[in-house]
Design a protein. Structure first.
Lengths: 421, 222
């Protein structure tokens, strides 16, 4: 028995705590950010780039372990391997007690995929990892051409990258409800026939960001609000008359780094709920857009985000919650989450505009993002003029996807669809 | 590139029908966008057939043995032993399969399961005391040995087995209770077991005290 070196470990941040407790094979809480290049990926160079990236962002070497009361992250000396894509999209990564890295990097033809278990990172954190990876990869491809190209991501210290930003910005005292929270009512649920093996189908539509933005601006709304409205409209068109008594509720994750100073690659997000009730079956798109946009403006305030994060923080800091053994915590978390999904119809997540050094533009075609989905969910991101909207769904029915993309193509926007099968 | 005239969208890859509406597609530009965008993943195959067969055989054996005793009565309720035997087998199997990624943990679970089952068997077969006289001391000492040897061979990191090694050591001290209450008729297996376990635990604390402290802080943080 040899003495071991001290192994670095850290507590999970506030948002990460929920994911190890609530993952299932149907929803493994995995998301993927992919970068499609203009040429086929060279595996050896990708591996080299990955080795450099992991040295820059060592928190990605973490494995998840169970303590008596909480999960925690422990640094491991496992080396990530870039491999040929051989799993279904967003296949499970963390499957209980096996100690493995919480992300995987794979490639297929021109595309580099980064798949992450949500307890490790949120979209913005994972994006930083992928940007760094692609940056190093293109430098290697360029053979000395881009040696001095500065990264598009801002400089950050290694400790800044692994900051627990929830712990830093929220004390966990939230006082009384500071605004009339939407009373949690049962939300409309999309139903369908599931694929075998818990598979989900990913349908991605790639289009001109400018053209969609022009459409949004014609209605005087933001891009996220505009696409969310189209999605709600697409869902509404498939609703049966009986479903109309329930509102369509979209959960929209919000990157808190925009509101609080942080460069962490770990989780740092809140979310808002946008609820829309179809009054009649003749509701036209403009009405939906105005309604959704108004609700966005109302919900997206710093006070509201502050209140929400403090509320979750106060649960974590509650002494009783802390001393309950982990298996019981897991059980309670699963119960609470399985109840709360009834209040949501779907999730729409925009990880925003992705920037890379201008010199790299000839090498990169587009970025895309998608999540594992217990029900149809929408994610989007843009790079240059390429906006990629992804809808992942565990159901065989594609009516919502069709409604959604047909609205856009009706406006004369060219859409290029790719489907995972 | 394929094109769906109904949806007015282009489709990458090779598809028979539109992925959105299911209608037939027309070819727009035969040279572009033919490459598959996603790999074809074959479905996961049925892995549980062997287990299903085992479950079926177990079930059939239990039913058959009760039926046979009804037809040919005996004094001993032997079908009950069939049930016990199968329960023992399944418990051990489940533990091994479920915890197989963590060998020290598997060992500890096996020790626990075998302890409980041996007491059950001994008690059901007229309490002759073989379980606490011989079996339990032997199991605890051999578990300690196996734990040490696996840790060396597999080059396990200390944090992977320290908890289970300690638990195992504590199990090994259990026979003190048996001696104090005078439950054992044969003394030497229990005495050897206690002595070995105390030495084992002392070794862990002397050589790995610092690691135990770190590990404890990590696992018990609230």
């Amino acid at each position: 028995m040899k003495a071991q070196k001290y192994v670095e470990w850290s507590r999970l941040d506030n948002a990460s705590k929920i994911f190890p407790a609530t993952w299932t094979l149907k929803d493994p809480k995995v998301f993927r950010i992919a970068c499609e290049l203009t040429e086929a990926v060279k595996p050896e160079l990708l591996q080299k780039a990955l080795d450099q990236t992991i040295d820059d962002i060592p928190v990605y070497k973490s494995v998840l372990r169970r303590g008596m009361f909480w999960y925690y992250m422990e640094k491991s000396d496992m080396r990530p391997e870039a491999h040929m894509e051989s799993n279904t999209v967003c296949a499970p990564i963390y499957v209980g007690l096996r100690y493995n890295l919480l992300f995987r990097v794979s490639f297929f033809k021109n595309r580099i995929n980064l798949e992450v278990f949500h307890a490790l990172s949120d979209g913005a954190g994972a994006l930083r990892f992928l940007q760094t990876l692609v940056h190093y990869y293109i430098i290697l491809i360029g053979k000395g051409k881009f040696e001095n190209t500065a990264a598009a991501t801002d400089n950050a210290s290694v400790s800044g990258l692994m900051d627990d930003s929830f712990g830093k910005h929220f004390i966990g005292q939230c006082g009384k409800r500071n605004r009339a929270d939407v009373k949690d009512a049962k939300a409309y649920q999309i139903r369908g026939v599931r694929f075998d093996d818990n598979r989900m189908q990913l349908i991605e539509g790639s289009m001109s960001a400018k053209k969609v933005l022009d459409e949004a601006h014609k209605n005087d709304v933001t891009l996220t609000a505009y696409l969310a409205s189209l999605f709600v409209y697409a869902i509404g068109k498939e609703m049966r008359a009986r479903g109309r008594k329930y509102p369509v509720v979209l959960t929209v994750p919000v990157n808190l780094r925009q509101y609080y100073e942080s460069v962490t690659v770990r989780n740092f997000f809140g979310f808002i709920n946008i609820s829309y009730r179809f009054d009649s079956d003749t509701e036209d798109l403009t009405t939906v857009i105005q309604g959704i946009s108004e609700r966005f403006k109302k919900a997206l305030t710093v006070e509201q985000l502050d209140y929400q994060s403090n509320k979750y923080m106060s649960i974590e800091r509650n002494l009783f919650a802390r001393i309950v053994p982990l298996p019981i915590k897991d059980l309670v978390a699963r119960l609470v989450v399985s109840k709360s999904v009834r209040h949501t119809t779907s999730i729409i997540s925009n990880i925003g505009k992705i920037t890379m050094p201008l010199e790299f533009a000839p090498y990169i075609r587009q970025f895309s993002v998608c999540t594992s989905a217990p029900r149809p969910q929408m994610t989007l991101c843009s790079y240059g003029d390429r906006l990629v909207v992804s809808i992942s769904s565990p159901y065989r029915e594609t009516d919502i996807q069709r409604n959604f993309f047909r609205v856009l193509s009706d406006y004369g926007i060219d859409i290029e669809i790719s489907s995972s099968f | 590139m394929l094109y769906c005239p109904q949806c007015r969208i282009q489709i990458r890859g090779v598809k028979e029908r539109c992925v959105l509406c299911g209608n037939t597609l027309s070819m727009l530009d035969p040279d572009k966008g033919k490459e598959e965008v996603f790999p074809v993943i074959s479905p996961a195959y049925e892995r549980h057939l062997a287990i299903r067969i085992l479950v079926f055989i177990s079930f059939a054996a239990v039913v058959a043995s009760f039926a046979i005793r009804m037809i040919f009565p005996t004094d001993v309720n032997w079908p009950l032993f069939v049930v016990f035997g199968l329960v023992s087998m399944w418990l051990s199997l489940v533990v091994i399969v479920r915890k197989s990624h963590n060998i020290p943990k598997t060992i500890m679970w096996q020790v626990t399961v075998v302890t409980l089952l041996s007491i059950l068997w001994d008690w059901q077969t007229g309490w002759r005391g073989w379980s606490i006289n011989y079996l339990m001391p032997i199991i605890y000492v051999s578990a300690e040995l196996v734990m040490y040897i696996t840790a060396r061979i597999m080059k396990l990191s200390i944090r992977d087995y320290i908890t289970y090694a300690m638990l195992d050591g504590l199990f090994g001290i259990l026979p003190v209770i048996f001696i104090l209450f005078g439950w054992v008729q044969v003394l030497y297996p229990s005495v050897i077991c206690i002595a070995v376990s105390v030495i084992f635990l002392a070794g862990i604390f002397i050589f790995q005290g610092e690691d135990i402290k770190n590990e404890w802080n990590k696992r018990m943080h609230i």
